[in-house]
Write a protein that binds this ligand. Sequence first.
Ligand code: BG6
Length: 410
Amino acid sequence: MLDQFLDQCTYVSGVYDQDSGFQALEKELQRVEAETKTVDRLYYMALPPSVFIPVANGLKKNCYTTRGVNRLIVEKPFGMDLESSRTLSKALGALYREDEIYRIDHYLGKEMVKNIMILRFTNQIFGSCWDKEHISNVQITFKEKIGTEGRGGYFDEFGIMRDVMQNHLFQILSLIAMEAPATLSAEDIRNAKVDVLRKIPPVVESEVLLGQYGKSEDGSLPSYLDDDTVPKGSKTATFAAAAFHIHHPRWEGVPFVLKCGKALDQQKVEIRIQFKDLGNNLFQKDVAARNELVIRVQPEEAVYLKMTQKLPGLGMETVMSELDLSYHSRFPNMSVPDAYENLILDAIMGEQSNFVRSDELDEAWRIFTPVLHKIDRGLVPVEIYPYGSRGPKHLPEFVSRFGFERHSQA
Ligand code: BG6
């Protein structure tokens, strides 16, 4: 199968800002199209942002077909802040229509991220308690065990907030927080996501915690600054936590805390919806801890609900246990497709629901830009945490400020 695929691949080289390479590509495309009787074209731009526009321009000028559709997949980063993202969108928008542009955020292709809408809108049990009356806070966490390890050049310019939070985690937030879309069309889904983003004021510096990894406790693992690809003395954050507030009747007073970091103790991405304390006097908090719905995006996809039940035996003691839907035990013979597999197929099919629309991007940058500018100017302190730890020392205090209570087994 792989050989069959590779047999159909050809390589055409060229220079980003010269027509000759694009003309050679056009010639090759015409040859392939005549041979395979195909007409549609999908271009995938995994390129440094500085050459996005020259390449999009070269493709438009030399390789835009009038016989079928043209689609352009664009990889992040989509700018550095609101202004640069708008400049990019404007330049791209002058060349291609919005329905031709596929801004990829590979988190939207992950199985469990695609599952969020289904969980919320097909299960009465969740739909009816998805609000401020029932939910205390929402935590969205991204943890990587590895550091930058040679990718410091790219990373240092962006930092963890731009690299992971403003895009991947924010897409998850909008799916968790949005109202039900009017229909399942790409436009309605993206309208619902933008609507909720519009209700979020910019994140403030006092609600941000930053960190950079130092050497591991035993000194065996290197600090961020030990990475040769990282500029000396860099203050770039490799860990960030931030709180977001949604001024919508459903969510008023429910903080959404997003956390992401490299060189931590675990490798995992999860969404933790923490419900409120019980409103009755029969059982006290120490015997009936808060419910939590956990959606584990990776590794080992799972959805589980932490709940209290009776400890088997003669007494009336309680125990926190889990209603557990682990994918590998529930669907042992099914493989979960890779995020890119999902998204590239969507792009081939012309399905845009899981691609980022320009207004979504604009809203996300509006929310992040003021604090990012302060961070860029070194105005937000960055705490050093050991490689392989849980993150900055002040993290537990930070999350508890926003109502999070850690279960003993969490
Ligand atoms: C990328 C970031 O977008 O996502 C990386 O640039 C990060 O820094 C990666 O490691 C995480 O993706 P995944 O699919 O491995 O969770």
